[in-house]
Design a protein around this ligand. Structure first.
Ligand SMILES: Cc1cc2nc3c(=O)[nH]c(=O)nc-3n(C[C@H](O)[C@H](O)[C@H](O)COP(=O)(O)OP(=O)(O)OC[C@H]3O[C@@H](n4cnc5c(N)ncnc54)[C@H](O)[C@@H]3O)c2cc1C
Length: 405
């Protein structure tokens, strides 16, 4: 949508082909329906939040960055708010506001939007783009084509990897597709408390017993494992370890602000204050209730034991588990369930100054179809908007020179 809007400033006609009955299905799901459209941090910090190929985006961001995007929406009457960690949302709290603004702009710029129109293939001739073939058999001539088909996650929204297939067929290198920003599955028979969110915990990830990542934040237990912001951030790296068949463990520290000794003293105090109370019930002071049964089972002490019957060694074991609750990570959730697709069209085959293919003249790429992916926080949408803007402008300028000649 952004590519078409920008292209229409420089060239006519611009046609947007969308296989769904309307554009922006995935956009409506973003930010839990609120659309975290960008992030207001500095360019360097922004680039550092990309897991792959952030540097490739420098030119696109120079052309159209976070403040340009915010101005774009504000000029069109959309009020924006900046929330914690510089995340930008529409003040309406609705992704629909962003989508409707883009749709209005498409209409205003006379972009011909054709929905329910699935592109089957692109047609090239002597390394030049010539046309697109539609699924219904029609063929549309085109001197420039921008591929903005997204990745392969959440395929129900229309992102089924078609553009990646066309790129491969026309000789572009494709970096293998993997899930990014995705939940992790754990290998345990325990019944973990699905839906429980833990705030201010420390997660430490081990690759073959080596501590590699440790960070404080928020996580969530899911039906098959763990998710939430902290897990999503590191999930791409962990997916790579799992692909390499590495043994991966995560340790949850429920009380990262307290040292082992401080936590031990705290527990001792709790036990001394209520010597006749069952130790299991005292755990409520230190753990969410739905976690207690898991602890009781792991520790194996009778739940009926009273605090004054708990031995010093057992106290140490309780503290040890509070500081180091380990789970084996056996897999990531599926690629189709991931928030983003890692991999895609290799940046080596795209000119970062224009987003044009280095192999086919008149063919451009933007958004998640390219091998760029970032953390949560508005970085992925800004990458899509910026590369879309640059691809649209470059394609329109090339189309103009072709028309003139
Ligand atoms: C649940 C969820 C929440 C997210 N939240 C955020 C967030 O808050 N902030 C953020 O920055 N990022 C977020 N993301 C990531 C962000 O949504 C994507 O990175 C972004 O949508 C990519 O945009 P795109 O235009 O490249 O591709 P897409 O949004 O996937 O759009 C591709 C479009 O191409 C169409 N298409 C595909 N194939 C064809 C074909 N053959 N013919 C015609 N049309 C076709 C599709 O129907 C679709 O409309 C989220 C992702 C998910 C899944």
């Amino acid at each position: 949508m952004m590519a078409a809007i920008c292209a229409a400033q420089f060239y006519h006609p611009v046609i947007l082909l969308e296989k769904n009955s309307s554009c922006g299905c995935k956009l409506l799901l973003t930010g839990k329906g609120r659309c975290n459209l960008t992030n207001l941090c500095s360019l360097e910090e922004f680039l550092s939040r990309f897991f792959s190929n952030g540097q490739f985006l420098r030119d696109a961001f120079k052309e159209f960055f976070n403040t340009d995007l915010m101005e774009f929406f504000r000029e069109r009457g959309v009020e924006l708010v900046v929330e914690r960690q510089q995340r930008v949302f529409p003040a309406s709290g609705k992704a629909k506001t962003i989508l409707e603004t883009l749709q209005r702009e498409l209409r205003g710029r006379n972009v011909q939007v054709i929905c329910n129109c699935s592109v089957k293939d692109i047609v090239t001739e002597e390394n030049h783009i010539r046309a697109v073939k539609l699924k219904d058999g029609r063929r549309l001539s085109a001197c420039c084509v921008v591929i903005a088909t997204g990745g392969v996650s959440y395929p129900d929204t229309g992102s089924t990897g078609d553009g990646i297939r066309w790129a491969r067929q026309t000789g572009h290198s494709i970096v293998p597709l993997r899930p990014g920003l995705v939940g992790l599955w754990v290998g345990t028979d325990e019944v973990l408390p699905e839906g429980l969110t833990l705030k201010n915990i420390r997660l430490t990830f081990f690759n073959q017993n080596k501590k590699i990542i440790t960070d404080i934040g928020e996580m969530l237990f899911t039906a098959q494992g763990i998710s939430g912001p902290l897990v999503l951030t590191y999930s791409g790296l962990i997916a790579d370890w799992l692909l390499e068949k590495k043994e991966v463990w995560v340790s949850i520290d429920f009380k990262p602000a307290l040292s082992f000794e401080q936590l031990h003293n705290r527990l001792l105090r709790e036990f001394q204050n209520a010597p006749a109370k069952r130790w299991k019930n005292i755990l409520k002071e230190l753990l969410p209730i739905s976690m207690i049964d898991v602890f009781v089972k792991r520790l194996g002490f009778s739940p009926n034991t009273t605090a004054n019957q708990i031995t010093a060694r057992q106290r140490q074991q309780i503290v040890q588990l509070l500081k180091d609750f380990r789970l084996r990570i056996c897999s990531t959730a599926l690629l189709k369930e991931a928030m983003i697709t890692r991999g895609g069209v290799s940046v080596k085959d795209i000119d970062p100054r224009t987003m044009q293919s280095r192999l086919i003249q008149g063919l451009y790429f933007c958004g998640e179809v390219i091998d760029v992916d970032a953390d949560t926080g508005g970085f992925n949408l800004q990458a899509a908007f910026s590369t879309g803007w640059l691809a649209g402008k470059s394609a329109a300028l090339l189309a103009k020179t072709k028309t003139l000649s």
